[in-house]
Design a protein around this ligand. Structure first.
Ligand code: COA
Length: 354
């Protein structure tokens, strides 16, 4: 399936990436620590997923705490990269599926804590595709002239919705936040978002879900069954859909951008499972050096996964100015999406600790 929301040939401003940063909770949970609580092992988790550890928030922390730290780091990065005005954003878009509260959205409180005044701020919920959806939304508002500079954050705390007894999901997911700053510029500048590909298929609603807590369950009499409070996933179906959707979407966008699908210098795909990353790479004809891998240290951080991987790869020099970069994600909904850009010269540091 390839996505069907595409960007027309632009005539006005482009959205240019000029800052990025991340945040992780202080506490890292190793595979061995999980194996002491659940019927699993370091060897199983590493060989089936590539994950070595994940970070988990402390009691009392929430998604906004991570989002604020990542956002502050991205704003500092934009200041260092493009000067003080670059950090004067007039829009905040927060991708999350674990908001601080079911109502209202988390973005306004993040904007307030970051001292952004009364800028428009809203949440986007597309689970692991959330960051790509938020990037396309903010980028399009800049291209339309509605905003000049935008902070785009992906933040999730899936540890708050995982069944403590579920070895499958607890092995995979970690908490985190990543953020980028976009500014109005021109399409020929490094950092300009060159195109988007977005799609969804609601037939897959049950593959990745939390059944309780929304209007469907709350309008029913009586409390929900205990199991419905937790996140569930049909692992092998999700695996298959993730490979197909990300490779189709990335290929479609590469072709529309005028790139050979096997040609990007780096593929920064949603970090769910290293075997998914390799399979997407195989579908596109990429070799391992072209594929950014960050999940070994953080697991699947949902909406934070792509911006955290970008921050890590830029900080370590794996992403170099001039690299052609394809971003691609897949998540609950089902949803999927991709974006393309030539990597800019951007100053960034390691993720902050919360
Ligand atoms: N430790 C040990 N065994 C585990 C385990 C763990 N942490 N997690 C799952 N298993 C078991 C299952 O219970 C199942 O056991 P059963 O056959 O007795 O029922 C078995 O492993 C499944 O084995 P297999 O089919 O070989 O696993 P897999 O290679 O499909 O890997 C996932 C399972 C969940 C890691 C894999 O399907 C996956 O990564 N799916 C995508 C998940 C994802 O990324 N979701 C988010 C996308 S946005």
């Amino acid at each position: 399936m390839s996505g069907n929301a595409t960007r027309p040939e632009p005539t006005g401003p482009a959205a240019v990436l000029c800052g990025l940063g991340g945040a992780l909770p202080a506490r890292a949970v190793s595979n061995d620590e999980l194996a002491a609580q659940l019927d699993t092992s370091d060897a199983w988790i590493r060989s089936r997923t590539g994950i070595g550890q994940r970070h988990v928030i402390a009691p009392g922390q929430a998604t906004s705490d991570l989002a604020v730290e990542a956002g502050a780091r991205a704003l500092a990065s934009a200041r260092d990269t493009a000067g003080p005005a670059a950090a004067e954003v007039d829009l905040l878009v927060l991708a999350t599926s674990t908001p601080d509260r079911p109502c209202p959205a988390t973005a306004p409180v993040v904007a307030q804590r970051l001292g952004l005044g009364t800028v428009p701020a809203f949440d986007v919920a597309a689970v692991c595709t959330g960051f790509v959806y938020a990037l396309a939304t903010a980028g399009s508002l800049i291209e339309a002239g509605v905003a000049r500079r935008a902070l785009v954050i992906g933040a999730d705390t899936f540890s708050t919705i995982l069944d403590p007894a579920d070895r499958t999901t607890r092995a995979l997911f970690g908490d985190g936040a990543g953020a980028v700053v976009l500014r109005a510029g021109t399409r020929d500048e490094p950092g300009a978002l060159l195109g988007y590909d977005l799609g969804s298929d609601g037939q897959g609603v049950d593959l990745i879900t939390v059944r309780a807590g929304g209007s469907r369950q709350r309008s029913e009499p009586g409390p929900p069954p205990e199991a419905d409070r937790w996140f569930t996933m049909r692992g092998s179906s999700v695996f298959r859909e993730a490979v197909l959707s990300m490779s189709d979407s990335a290929r479609a966008l590469a072709e529309r951008t005028g790139w050979d699908p096997a040609g990007p210098d780096k593929l920064v795909a949603h970090q769910a499972n290293v075997r998914i990353l390799r399979a997407v790479g195989d579908q596109l004809g990429l070799d391992e050096k072209q594929i950014v891998v960050h999940l070994d240290r953080v697991g699947n951080t949902v909406a934070a996964s792509i911006p955290l991987a970008l921050t890590d790869a830029a900080g370590e020099g794996a992403l170099q100015p001039g690299h052609r970069v394809l971003l691609t994600g897949f998540g609950g909904g089902l949803t999927w999406g991709s974006a393309a850009l030539v990597w800019p010269d951007v100053v960034t540091g390691p993720p902050g600790t919360v």
